[in-house]
Design a protein around this ligand. Structure first.
Ligand SMILES: C[S@@+](CC[C@H](N)C(=O)[O-])C[C@H]1O[C@@H](n2cnc3c(N)ncnc32)[C@H](O)[C@@H]1O
Length: 191
């Protein structure tokens, strides 16, 4: 949501068609979207120092810059179809709550981090958000999805091994009754 203010082309990705369809229905703005993103847009406007009422402008800007919604598989060496990105790679990549929830173990998490790095141009930025110490989550009522529990040290080591320079790491520690011990926010640069 903040990225649309600085980038003119934004590509959205997800593994599942059902998730891509949800995004598409918001993008098309034809009333078929069951998710109301208004509070999120308002909150981001507030964080950006703008009045929450600016959310309509942000929604319009988002709809203008999102060029496509495409499939991705972070476990493939080439996670996206060949022709969707510029040959040089993307300037910036945002990945949230994906790698640890899509990876069965740490080795797969590390490989996936390397795979998505190839989507970035050298010098491009990665914004990576994920959970720490979480071994499962619920994708819906009774749908328990296993995840790989990673810690802060492993995330930093994985970034280093995968050719990134860590610029900033923030960790929020969560109360003990949560599924995860914390959430990490990484800003890194692809070497
Ligand atoms: C916990 S959800 C996070 C969704 C969203 N990115 C967010 O921040 O709320 C995990 C996401 O990983 C996606 N996923 C599962 N397997 C994947 C894969 N092999 N490659 C890329 N994404 C995958 C799922 O479709 C799902 O949208």
């Amino acid at each position: 949501m903040s990225g649309c203010e600085v980038f003119n082309k934004v590509l959205l990705t997800d593994f599942l068609e059902v998730n891509r369809q949800k995004l598409r229905s918001w993008l098309q703005d034809e009333g078929g979207c069951s998710l109301d993103w208004t509070p999120f847009l308002q909150h981001v406007c507030k964080l950006e120092g703008r009045p929450p009422s600016a959310w309509t402008e942000k929604a319009a800007r988002l709809r203008q810059v999102i060029v496509d919604i495409v499939p991705i598989d972070v476990h493939r060496p080439q996670p996206l179809a060949l022709d969707v990105l510029p040959v040089a790679g993307a300037d910036c990549l945002v990945s949230s709550y994906c790698l640890e929830s899509a990876s069965p173990d740490l080795a797969a998490f590390n490989r996936a981090l390397g795979n998505i790095g190839r989507l970035l141009r050298p010098g491009g930025h990665l914004l990576l958000i994920g959970t720490l110490g979480m071994s499962y989550y619920f994708g819906g009522p009774g749908v328990k999805i296993p995840t790989v529990p990673v810690n802060e040290v492993q995330v930093c080591a994985s970034l280093k091994e995968s050719g990134y320079t860590l610029i900033r790491l923030e960790v929020y520690t969560l109360p003990q009754d949560c599924l995860e011990s914390g959430v990490f926010f990484v800003k890194a640069l692809r070497k």
